[in-house]
Ligand binder design. Structure first.
Ligand SMILES: Cc1cc2nc3c(=O)[nH]c(=O)nc-3n(C[C@H](O)[C@H](O)[C@H](O)COP(=O)(O)OP(=O)(O)OC[C@H]3O[C@@H](n4cnc5c(N)ncnc54)[C@H](O)[C@@H]3O)c2cc1C
Length: 294
């Protein structure tokens, strides 16, 4: 008997930080890990599946997502100390809570997660990082599920980890991870978190809907510097606008469509390529179907 919530034709703009995106045919909010595994076992093998955390690195197109979306945010939310230097964290826990929990346990090394507005599952999928810290160097092992609801325990060594890139294991999704941290000092961690959040607030448009950095930084340079050098700050298509505060952010000024954001992403990429000969690669993932034209 399933204990989660199955929502039909659910608007995904309410689940993405850009506040855009069409309908999911089906969206499942599992009650917990066991319930999620039972749900996966109940699905027909041909059902298309998409995993969603806090939607903070996703551009969901206006036509939405066919098949089933599994949303882990606030659902897989277990977090506990395993021993003095190891913590167990489920995929739906927000990164900010992970940073705070580790700090309160006097464990150092997870402070950089404080300002990343995604789930820990999303951070594992993206190898999220900030201010010199990255997710995977903290990971000892992970627990994943395949689409049949079979759980796998995997060591970090089974994955090839790069800058915002995690490869090596296909068709499995993260349920939880064991992090290894360094025993330190709670007050120091708290101070570090405070300083990192202040730095972020000073340099990023955090009060406007966005997806953080749209493009990966090319080797030895910053996408924001290149975009600004091309005179693209403030460039606007409908409700989508290159942020005046941080040129690698595209903000939704209100009422933007996913198509407007996607068109602006292409415009920026083409202009940087034309003016500076640098090919920018998106960090955000573009998913779903285009809107059906009337
Ligand atoms: C204001 C702002 C600032 C940001 N700053 C940073 C930053 O400093 N550093 C940084 O790295 N990122 C940053 N981001 C981007 C984003 O927060 C991270 O990429 C984050 O890790 C995404 O997590 P999420 O839960 O929102 O994932 P989602 O956006 O929901 O999903 C992202 C990808 O991960 C997959 N996924 C999600 N959960 C799972 C799972 N359990 N198992 C397998 N795959 C899964 C999804 O299918 C999708 O492909 C920022 C975003 C915003 C809006």
């Amino acid at each position: 008997m399933l204990r989660g919530e199955l929502l039909l034709d659910e608007p995904l703009n309410e689940y993405t930080s850009w506040r855009v995106g069409g309908l999911a045919d089906r969206l499942y909010l599992p009650a917990d890990q066991e319930d999620l595994l039972s749900f996966l076992r109940s699905l027909p093998p041909e059902e298309s599946l998409f995993w969603l955390g806090l939607g903070s690195n996703l551009l969901v197109r206006d036509g939405g997502i066919r098949g089933t979306v599994i949303c882990t945010k606030n659902r897989l939310k277990g977090m506990r100390l395993i021993d003095e230097e190891r913590v167990y964290i489920e995929a739906g826990v927000p990164c900010a809570l992970v940073a705070r929990f580790c700090a309160e346990q006097s464990l150092n090394g997870a402070e950089f997660l404080a300002g990343i507005p995604g789930t820990f599952g999303g951070a594992l999928a993206m190898n999220a990082g900030a201010f010199g810290g990255e997710t995977w160097p903290l990971v000892g092992k992970v627990w994943t599920t395949d689409r049949c609801g079979t759980v796998h325990e995997r060591s970090a060594a089974e994955y090839q980890i790069g800058y915002r890139s995690v490869k090596g294991v296909e068709d499995e999704w993260f349920l939880a991870a064991e992090l290894r941290l360094v025993l330190g000092d709670t007050a120091l961690s708290r101070e570090h978190i405070k300083a990192l959040l202040a730095k972020r607030a000073a340099s990023q448009p955090i009060s406007q809907p966005s997806c953080g950095s749209v493009f990966r930084n090319p080797p030895g340079d910053h996408a924001a510097r290149l975009i600004e050098a091309c005179g693209l700050k403030g460039h606007r298509i409908g409700g989508a606008c290159v942020s005046e505060k941080h040129a690698n952010f595209i903000v939704n000024l209100g009422g933007a469509t996913a198509l407007e954001i996607e068109t602006l992403i292409h415009t920026v990429r083409d202009e940087v390529s034309k003016q500076l000969g640098v090919s920018l690669e998106p960090e955000v993932r573009v998913v779903g179907e285009p809107a059906v034209q009337p």
